[in-house]
Write a protein that binds this ligand. Structure first.
Ligand code: NDP
Length: 445
């Protein structure tokens, strides 16, 4: 990190003690910004960096609910409304026991630049709760979502803040959240949440968008070297929304997807995974990866060790933050990996990113590679605003166009700042300058 950025970063550390994921996310962006400040002194004069690190608003609230045994439970809810220079706050809700303010702020901070990169009119925000949905009944999930929305509703709206899903929040949870919002406000305000079901305001392709987008991004990166996914071994981690549809698009493009995982272990299926079976296990039955292995001859479950030990050409981390470590990166490089595209947010540790880049592996950071989800959420908002719904083909074509635009913008920006082929620098700088220019135009607010 350049000297002039050090005091700003020191202040971020001082003001946000203990929020290690947030510190990591800020450092990662700051490390790209030295040349930007040299070229654009107006960002320093207007204190854009200091302002962009401080969320516009942070809401923390109690979420009381009653479990199936009649016991009263208390969770903590969060919504961090980070930056609205480009549009209403936009970003998902995460329900996972690891959620605390530092996780929500890292995700919200990343979201500002990711949303800017899409070129669509959306600001950055994120939220969630330390609620653990695993093992909870449908009734418990519903009551939790209703209680969560009973506080959240007063902070959100189609022109204010538009949440969506993330880990632990899919179409079922968005349904319960939307139902409670509608009940409290007496408004059928479709544009207040995205990721809705198709019969009540959702968009085709939203479910698939993040995973599809990450694979399209990987394909574009390979394309710069006259390579493609066709015939390649592809490793996916996770088995949730992003992982499943990354696997689907990789298969459509001719890749052989050989792995997936959940928190109980990873599966290796050398014949190429049976996607219908995986969807049945994960989307319908809400089962574990072992349920897949029981029904799939030739597949094996590995409970210990790292999924990245499996030799692969293209790695798509699609589970959670810091899941691909320096040791994993070393192993991937030793096994000849060609490209890594982040479907998850910040899944690759900084040491692993450095190692992959030094080894000449094509590396697509999440800000760019997984922006297809939020971009398609913005398309859902467009459809809601015009009371229209687009076909799958039309929406997927828009997604492909947006992903190609992000890829090309990252490369062009990297070139402009003398870092050819560096997608990390390209994504950080292109996202940052887009937001910074808007912040300056809007004055000190
Ligand atoms: P899901 O809840 O659908 O799936 C998450 C998957 O990751 C599950 O297989 C889960 O396993 C696994 N996982 C989560 N936490 C851990 C952990 N600590 N250790 C091991 N495995 C873990 O979430 P999504 O697919 O929506 O999100 C995945 C990633 O993609 C996240 O980083 C999210 O922020 C990012 N993302 C999501 C977008 C979206 O549109 N949904 C958009 C952009 C980014 P288990 O069930 O056992 O916990």
């Amino acid at each position: 990190m350049e000297d002039r950025l050090q005091p700003v970063f020191a202040e971020v550390l001082r003001r946000n003690p203990g929020e290690v994921e947030f510190h990591q996310a800020v450092r990662e962006v700051f490390e790209s910004l030295g040349p930007v400040l040299r070229k654009n002194p107006q960002y320093v004069e207007a204190a854009v960096l200091e302002r962009i690190c401080e969320p516009e608003r942070q809401i923390i609230f109690r979420v009381p609910w009653v479990d199936d045994t009649g016991r009263v439970r208390i969770n903590r809810g969060f919504r961090v409304e980070y930056n609205s220079a480009l549009g209403p706050y936009k970003g998902g809700l995460r329900f996972h026991p690891s959620v605390y303010l530092g996780i929500v702020k890292f995700l919200g901070f990343e979201q500002i630049f990711k949303n800017a990169l899409t070129g669509l009119p959306i600001g950055g925000g994120k939220g969630g709760s330390d609620f653990d949905p695993r093992g909870r009944s449908d009734g418990e999930i519903m009551r939790f979502c209703q209680s969560f929305m009973t506080e959240l509703y007063r902070h959100i709206g189609e022109y204010t803040d538009v949440p969506a899903g993330d880990i632990g929040v899919g179409a079922r949870e968005i349904g319960y959240l939307f139902g409670q919002y509608k009940r409290i406000t007496n408004r059928y305000e479709s544009g207040v949440l995205t990721g809705k079901g198709l019969t009540w305001g959702g968009s085709l392709v939203r479910r698939e968008a993040t995973g599809y987008g990450a694979v399209l991004f990987a394909q574009s990166m390979l394309g710069t070297q006259s390579e493609s996914l066709d015939g390649r071994r592809v490793s996916v981690s996770g088995s949730g929304n992003v992982a499943i549809y990354a696997a689907e698009k990789a298969q459509q493009l001719g890749g052989r997807v050989i792995t997936f995982s959940d928190s109980s272990g990873y599966v290796v299926d050398e014949a190429g995974i049976d996607l219908d079976l995986l969807k049945e296990v994960k989307e319908v039955e809400r089962g574990r990866v072992s349920d897949y292995v029981e029904r799939r001859p030739g597949a094996r479950l590995v409970a210990e060790g790292s999924i990245w030990d499996v030799p692969t050409d293209v790695a798509l981390p699609c589970a959670t933050q810091n899941e691909l470590t320096e040791a994993d990166a070393k192993q991937l490089v030793a096994n000849g990996v060609r490209a890594v595209a982040e479907g998850a947010n910040m899944p690759t540790t900084p040491e692993a990113v450095a190692l992959l880049r030094e080894a000449g592996v094509l590396f697509g950071p999440g800000k760019a590679a997984n922006a297809g989800g939020v971009a398609t959420s913005a398309l859902e908002m467009q459809q809601n605003a015009s009371r229209d719904s687009w076909s799958f083909e039309h929406t997927e074509a828009r997604l492909a166009e947006i992903m190609a635009g992000i890829h090309d913008r990252c490369l062009a920006t990297a070139d402009e700042y003398d870092a050819p082929g560096d997608y990390v620098a390209g994504a950080n700088i292109a996202g940052f300058t887009h937001v910074a220019d808007a912040m300056i135009a809007l004055g000190v607010v």
